[in-house]
Ligand binder design. Structure first.
Ligand code: 5GP
Ligand code: ZN
Length: 112
């Protein structure tokens, strides 16, 4: 997707503040963080959201990347939240599958 911002960041056409990367996915800090740790984990290939037929190997890579992001940012110890907005009712803004990893402070239930 030539006009997709997350495709560009995931494939280094635009540089992001990367936290983790492998062959299938990458993770970078959100431009407008809602918590001290706010990282987006995205597949390098373009899928709109988790409602699509995302291949199992990509789903597994996303899960491994979430765990690695939690470890690298230290929130594996203090706690963290994982959210993926999919579609209109979730108010998904960027139409490239992404998983938010949030932490670094007490989150309460506001972002549930
Ligand atoms: P959504 O509402 O689609 O789940 O979340 C989109 C997220 O992407 C928001 O948290 C927003 O701050 C973030 N975002 C939007 N554009 C950019 C960008 O160009 N770079 C980065 N790093 N984050 C972005
Ligand atoms: Zn994309």
């Amino acid at each position: 997707m030539s006009d997709c911002i997350f495709c560009k960041i995931a494939n280094h056409e635009i540089e992001g503040d990367y936290v983790y990367e492998d062959d299938l996915v990458c993770a970078f800090r959100d431009a407008n963080p809602e918590a001290p740790v706010h990282v987006l984990v995205v597949p390098k290939a373009h899928y709109v959201n988790l409602g699509e037929d995302v291949p199992d190997e990509v789903l597994a890579a996303l899960g491994r990347a979430v765990r690695e992001v939690a470890r690298r940012t230290g929130v594996d110890k203090s706690g963290f939240r994982v959210i993926s907005n999919a579609g209109a009712d979730a108010d998904q803004v960027v139409q490239h599958l992404h998983v938010h990893v949030l932490g670094g402070e007490f989150l309460g239930k506001g972002l549930l």
